[in-house]
Design a binder for this molecule. Structure first.
Ligand SMILES: [Zn+2]
Length: 99
């Protein structure tokens, strides 16, 4: 696992702001305008978060939680992930293949 630190541009070391990261996977550095691609490893790490969400929903389902609880809880979890996941992004100059 990586240390938790805000990702930076592969070219000029510009540190991205969280709001710059939350919205897009394919992005340009605001400072040097170079295109940023997620490394294979960081994409894999971000993919690990979706099963967690599904497991939580599954467990709540098994315990017979009502959907009135499950839906808001899942939504909150999803929002939290949206703000955690960018810390796992690492950028490179090459687009890595999907598998
Ligand atoms: Zn840059």
């Amino acid at each position: 696992m990586y240390d938790i630190e805000i990702p930076s541009c592969w070219n000029c070391e510009h540190e991205f702001k969280l709001r710059e990261l939350v919205w897009s996977w394919r992005m340009r550095c605001p400072s040097c305008k170079k295109k940023q691609f997620l490394t294979k490893e960081s994409r894999f790490n971000t993919l690990l978060f979706s099963p967690i969400l599904m497991i939580v929903i599954f467990i709540m389902n098994v315990w017979n939680f009502s959907w009135v609880i499950i839906i808001p809880v899942s939504f909150c979890l999803f929002l939290i992930f949206m703000f955690i996941i960018p810390y796992f992004y690492r950028f490179t100059d090459k687009e890595a293949p999907f598998v």
